[in-house]
Design a protein around this ligand. Structure first.
Ligand SMILES: Cc1cc2nc3c(=O)[nH]c(=O)nc-3n(C[C@H](O)[C@H](O)[C@H](O)COP(=O)(O)O)c2cc1C
Length: 171
């Protein structure tokens, strides 16, 4: 099978997960790993299975990912799976469903099978800490706890989980 792992990543977390998924996919498939900026919608249509990855930005997929999903080419027989990293330790299932909605919608509109969405925590870039602590109105103690929880994520376990999910998608 031809498999594409494509992603948008500003501080490397989503890229880490992309690399783990690619490692799994490349074992038994003709797999490519490409940054979203390096691929066209026409090229995406040439793959049997596509994994598309995004950080969560203000409770939504990153803008370039949403843009790509909006112009994806119809392709019957193709499978599309998402992966998302976020700084929050975990979100309720219904929130994750809502975040993945643009991926599902792109599948529905283009005759593509939706193959689910993996997610895990990812460390927030240091440069954003002060602003986010303020925005979330957290005390220094609460913020220190938050930083402790997200330090080192995605970790080895996250990458193993991503690989297991990819294995399932690839059958
Ligand atoms: C502009 C911006 C907005 C963010 N909004 C959220 C958010 O709403 N919820 C959340 O859990 N994390 C949020 N984050 C944290 C990122 O989703 C998280 O750190 C992610 O792993 C970054 O991935 P990357 O390293 O691939 O860019 C935000 C980060 C940035 C830069």
């Amino acid at each position: 099978m031809k498999v594409l792992v494509t992603y948008f990543s500003q501080s490397g977390n989503t890229e880490k997960i992309a690399r783990a998924i690619y490692g799994e996919a490349a074992q038994n498939n003709d797999a490519d790993l490409k940054k979203l900026a390096d691929i066209t919608p026409e090229e995406v249509a040439g793959y049997d299975v596509v994994f598309i990855g995004s950080p969560l930005h203000s409770g939504s997929l990153a803008a370039p990912i949403k843009e790509c999903l909006g112009v994806i080419q119809p392709s019957s027989g193709q499978k599309l799976a998402g992966f998302i990293t976020h700084m929050a330790p975990a979100y309720p299932d219904q929130d994750m469903e809502a975040f993945a909605e643009p991926i599902k919608a792109a599948c529905q509109e283009n005759g593509i099978e939706y193959a689910g969405c993996f997610d895990c925590q990812g460390f927030l870039a240091e440069s954003m800490h002060a602003a986010v602590q303020k925005k979330l109105n957290m005390s220094d103690e609460q913020w220190a706890e938050m930083v402790k929880q997200m330090t080192g994520r995605p970790n080895e376990e996250d990458m193993a989980n991503a690989k297991a999910c990819a294995k399932e998608v690839l059958g």
